[in-house]
Ligand binder design. Structure first.
Ligand SMILES: [Zn+2]
Length: 189
């Protein structure tokens, strides 16, 4: 194995089509009785941001964790409203608008044969980039491609440009629903 071989090991859910949609998936069991938050510490927030090329140069505080959790839930509610064709809540829009105040112009650097966007200075700036992507997706043409996961217990939301995708994760939610359907068929006389 080459010493240059590097795999970023991450337990976070990905594959929803945008970093901000992956962020929504960090609160597990949002529609269930008990929830598990994958972003509940400064370390886990840093790890999540790093996995999405958004690790800030500066330090991360528990206030940052609370801010990103609150913004995440506001983004989730706004996305749910958008997919349902309903109005977003005033408080959520205000919270997202406030988060955008930390946004700054992105800067570019060379990265091997390609280019990379420079890291955000702070956790607030990282959050602002996520919120910027969210409000652009929720206000532009991407909006019509947002879908709810086919598992009603799952709060996952994803971008689907094929029109054929049914689950936020085929491995997880798709399999679970197939097992459930199989059991239901097996129970029938
Ligand atoms: Zn799902």
């Amino acid at each position: 194995v080459s010493s240059h071989y590097h795999v970023q090991v991450t337990t976070f859910r990905t594959g929803n089509g945008a970093a901000w949609l992956d962020l929504l998936a960090t609160l597990l069991g949002r529609y269930r009785d008990t929830q598990t938050d994958a972003i509940d510490s400064t370390e886990s927030l840093r790890a999540w941001l790093r996995a999405h090329a958004l690790e800030p140069v500066g330090s991360i505080s528990m206030d940052d964790v609370a801010r990103i959790q609150a913004a995440r839930e506001a983004m989730h509610r706004a996305a749910v409203a958008s997919v349902r064709g309903e109005q977003a809540q005033t408080d959520d829009v205000r919270l997202l608008d406030d988060a955008l105040a930390a946004d700054r112009t992105i800067r570019v650097r060379r990265d091997g044969t390609g280019l990379a966007i420079r890291r955000p200075a702070s956790a607030s700036e990282a959050l602002a980039r996520l919120v910027r992507d969210a409000v652009q997706d929720l206000s532009g043409p991407q909006r019509s491609h947002l879908r709810f996961c086919g598992d009603d217990d799952c709060s996952g939301i994803y971008l689907d440009h094929t029109g054929r995708r049914r689950w936020c994760s085929d491995d997880r939610c798709g399999n679970r629903m197939r097992v459930r359907a199989h059991r239901a068929r097996a129970r029938q006389p």
